[in-house]
Design a protein. Structure first.
Length: 280
């Protein structure tokens, strides 16, 4: 796995929030993305910075001057950008893209049916955004409605004492936002804390959807739970988009996602973890 080449400090200088105009400006100027690790680290940081503002919706102003996205990085760049826009954008404009990058963006827009909103200069792009109506009030009124109840969760957690395994069934759940994440992980902690011990985690992600507004909190709560209570975690999902997202986001964190296609393969990995622990 490649190591990130762009520091968090450099990324932070490239993200600016213009609060009065509800605009987030991101600069990819002079950046070459030649691997998915750098892409995922950059987008992870954008999501984290948005979460810290307390506002989920922003207009996006994106500087592509002398930016280059190499073929090995394009899938991650396109997917993470699409997810970010779906979750947090009230409107996005891009400017100063090179001819190569322009073609990539236009081709992606054609395939995925979105308007790339390309401009030659910053002033023109900025003026266009300032004319757009804000959606924040409308979005804020609906975004935190919980998708689950306790009755939806009480059969999804099982402790298999003979195997030292806590089984978590996230199958066919859709985490829409951070409130969904907190509700579910608060419930898991309520179940695991009274056991007073650590467990191997076996997590079913078949048919699970983790929407972009939920990812920052999902990653944070999952990491906290694992550090406190996990002897090792294995996930399984058969060919889902969630599997792809988990693998992509694990790259920037430098961790092994331990995700398998089937429950049987996941159990095999649990047994491997136990054997590794016994020989350590």
């Amino acid at each position: 796995m490649a190591s990130p080449q762009i520091s968090l400090g450099d990324i932070d200088t490239r993200i600016e929030f213009h609060d009065a105009d509800q605009i987030m400006e991101v600069s990819f100027e002079d950046v070459t993305f030649d691997n998915s690790v750098d892409v995922n680290q950059f987008y992870d940081r954008i999501e984290e910075r948005i979460a810290k503002t307390g506002h989920d919706k922003w207009f996006f102003l994106v500087n592509y001057c002398n930016a280059r996205i190499e073929p090995d990085a394009w899938f991650a760049f396109s997917r993470r950008g699409k997810d970010l826009n779906y979750a947090h954008s009230m409107g996005s404009v891009r400017f100063d893209a090179s001819e190569i990058t322009l073609r990539q963006i236009k081709n992606a827009g054609s395939r995925e049916n979105f308007d790339p909103s390309l401009f030659y200069g910053r002033d023109e792009a900025l003026e266009h955004l300032k004319q757009q109506p804000s959606q924040r009030v409308e979005y804020a009124q609906t975004e935190k409605v919980l998708s689950f109840t306790r009755a939806d969760l009480n059969w999804r957690i099982e402790f298999l004492d003979d195997e030292d395994v806590m089984y978590v069934d996230f199958s066919n759940m859709s985490f829409e936002h951070s409130a969904d994440v907190d509700f579910v992980y608060d419930y898991i902690e309520e179940q695991i804390v009274p056991t007073g011990r650590k467990w191997y985690f076996l997590v079913n992600y078949n048919g699970t959807h983790i929407q972009s507004p939920a990812w920052v909190q999902k990653s944070a709560r999952s990491k906290k739970l694992n550090e406190a209570w996990s002897l090792g975690s294995v996930r399984y999902a058969l060919g889902s988009e969630t599997e792809t997202d988990i693998r992509l986001r694990a790259e920037s964190g430098g961790i092994r996602p331990n995700i398998r296609n089937t429950e049987e393969e996941a159990w095999d990995r649990i047994r491997e973890l136990k054997a590794e622990s016994n020989t350590a």
